[in-house]
Design a protein around this ligand. Sequence first.
Ligand SMILES: Nc1ncnc2c1ncn2[C@@H]1O[C@H](COP(=O)(O)OP(=O)(O)OP(=O)(O)O)[C@@H](O)[C@H]1O
Ligand SMILES: [Mg+2]
Length: 217
Amino acid sequence: MTYIVGMVSQKGGVGKSTLARLMAREFGAGGLSTKIADLDTQQQTCTNWAGRRAENGIEPEIQVQSFATIKSALEEAERFDALILDGKPNASEQTVEIAKVANLVVIPTGQTIDDLHPGVVLAHSLRKKGIAADKIAFAMFKTTGSERENAAARDYITQAGYMILDGEVSVYTAYGSASDQGKAITETSFRSLNDRASKLAQSVIDRMVELQERQVA
Ligand SMILES: Nc1ncnc2c1ncn2[C@@H]1O[C@H](COP(=O)(O)OP(=O)(O)OP(=O)(O)O)[C@@H](O)[C@H]1O
Ligand SMILES: [Mg+2]
């Protein structure tokens, strides 16, 4: 069985593609054959990044392919242990399709109400379309707040009825530069930043395993 993780958001620029690349790197490092389906056909962020990664000779190689439809992306699924769906900037019909086929849908969010509110509205709209709340997880991403603000953001998501993953990725120039070089955010030159990104990745993995065990039971 293939793990399918979808990265979606209402707002653009929240970190979907960065998170997709992080998860591909971590799944790969964990021995899972992984592919990113880049569904953002306009920006092709992950596809271009994989080009930079290959050019710079960074291992492990990460497979990324651009797909116009979820259906064609899914045809690849059975050849891999994990398939990561990187969605377009704004929520659309594609977002619902991603949520339907994914085992876990991750919505990256910053810590301000401006970021949290649209994320929760998106999650509610997915539930209305039949997506189970359990399948939706928020990830604290590109945060700039204090511990207190981050805790308040966690409360906001929890009170809205959703789970928020452990760990968070704050804004750091080093994360941006890593992406520029074709690296994932666990591959910066700074151990502490890599560790923080790794913690978030691990909680995505833990959540996927938990959901799968529940299905099996
Ligand atoms: N933690 C971070 N620190 C600094 N820069 C970051 C961080 N995370 C992401 N970025 C940068 O922020 C920008 C947006 O991130 P990303 O492309 O992952 O978001 P996205 O949600 O995929 O955007 P879009 O909606 O346009 O597809 C990129 O330039 C990325 O390199
Ligand atoms: Mg993107």
